[in-house]
Design a protein around this ligand. Structure first.
Ligand code: SF4
Length: 72
């Protein structure tokens, strides 16, 4: 099952993921970085099963300027 993986420490808060998939991403008011909605924290790497959010847009993965998002 595909997953969305966010390496949150890389995030620079550009907001592109939120603009492309506003149901899946939120911008944190605390540190300005993106939060993966429903993502489970594994030592700073957030992972979300695609079960709820299929299909994922490859555009989000490709648009992140710091490669913080992977679809695996
Ligand atoms: S597109 Fe990448 S750098 Fe921009 S807010 Fe989302 S995760 Fe962060």
């Amino acid at each position: 099952m595909p997953k969305v993986i966010q390496y949150r420490n890389k995030c620079i808060g550009c907001g592109i993921c939120y603009e492309l998939q506003p149901r899946l991403w939120r911008m944190s008011r605390k540190d300005g970085k993106a939060n993966l909605v429903g993502g489970v924290n594994h030592k700073g790497v957030y992972i979300l099963s695609s079960k709820t959010y299929q299909p994922f847009s490859d555009a989000v993965e490709q648009s992140c300027p710091v490669n913080a998002i992977k679809i695996a």
